[in-house]
Design a protein around this ligand. Structure first.
Ligand SMILES: [Zn+2]
Length: 318
């Protein structure tokens, strides 16, 4: 049907006097008709415009989100060292960067493009409030293999320093996944405390987390950062007893490190032994006698190339 006729048909069929202004008997003049037609067109047209406008806003937003995602991917490619192995991928990423600059009425000078083809785009990772962590948990057996493959060209620690985490205690520690815990700790040390490293190990009841790389000095005890490995036992030994599984894993971890660095068990220190700290760490519920004799026993057992258990006393001969 012709749209005009359709509108007239609606006008004709519209309930008379519905708006109250028109008398049913009074014939409509041209202005009245135009007004009615205008209202009807308006009543149909405005929702349509709103609908179209919201549709095009959604499309524009989606398009913008897609563009941003594409730019993000391109930047990630340009920041990666590995992109050198894939020149086509790098060319695509540079194309995205160039067209983004162009739409912002900017140009990237040709020498900069050439430079970007050769060198990765600078990245904030590892420089802005961060330091490298290992962030992996090992069983004592896995830890022994891991340590045996490391090389120590930069430093050689002379002893081990024991800490307790205090807060989080072992229950708190279990409340979030370990990988997340590692990242949060790295953020905390770097951003809140402004440190460039942390303790080397966090030992919980399930295993041994390597935090600060063992082949680099960490930050854990003011006098001894350059000469010692920092081991955090997860727990609060001012308020709680030492968890037996944490203790066993610590004995194993320290014995493995002592063996690797040819350190005597009785060189072990507590954080509170550091004259430059006032920390009561690892707390009064842990004693060196809980650790040193058992570490010494394990070292002795290993030196005789026997199967050794941290729960057993030294002369395990079977
Ligand atoms: Zn401490």
């Amino acid at each position: 049907m012709d749209p005009k006729k359709a509108i007239h048909a609606q006008v004709k069929n519209a309930p008379q006097g519905a708006g109250g202004a028109d008398s049913p008997s009074k014939p409509k003049d041209g202005w009245d008709k135009a007004d009615v037609v205008g209202k009807i067109v308006g009543s149909l047209f405005i929702p349509l415009v709103v609908l179209l406008a919201s549709y095009s806003i959604n499309v524009a937003l989606q398009k913008r989100a897609d563009q941003l995602k594409t730019i993000e991917i391109a930047i990630t490619i340009l920041q990666s060292d590995k992109a050198d192995n894939s020149p086509l991928l790098k060319d695509w990423a540079l194309g995205v960067l160039q067209s983004t600059a162009k739409s912002a009425s900017q140009t990237i000078p040709a020498p900069v493009i050439e430079e970007l083809k050769k060198t990765p785009l600078p990245s904030n990772a590892g420089t802005k409030g961060q330091f490298p962590i290992v962030g992996l948990r090992f069983t004592p057996e896995e830890f022994e293999k891991y340590v045996s493959k490391l090389e120590f060209p930069e430093w050689r620690p002379s002893f081990i320093v024991i800490h307790n985490t205090g807060s989080p205690n072992l229950d708190d520690w279990r409340s979030i996944p370990g990988e997340t815990r590692m990242r949060n700790l790295a953020d905390f040390y770097a951003t809140v405390q402004g440190l460039s490293g942390g303790p080397h190990l966090f030992v919980d009841d399930k295993g041994i987390w390597v935090f600060n790389p063992l082949d680099k000095p960490g930050v854990h005890s003011p006098s001894w950062n350059k000469v010692s490995i920092g081991v955090e036992m997860v727990g609060d030994y001012t308020r709680e007893k030492v968890d037996p599984a944490v203790l066993n894993n610590t004995v194993r971890a320290v014995a493995i490190l002592d063996a690797a660095f040819k350190i005597q068990a009785n060189t072990l220190k507590f954080h509170s032994d550091d004259p430059k700290t006032s920390h009561v760490c690892p707390g009064p519920n842990l004693h060196k006698e809980d650790l040193i004799p058992r570490i010494a026993a394990l070292l002795e057992c290993h030196s005789r190339q026997q199967a050794c258990s941290p729960e057993r006393s030294p002369a395990r001969t079977e």
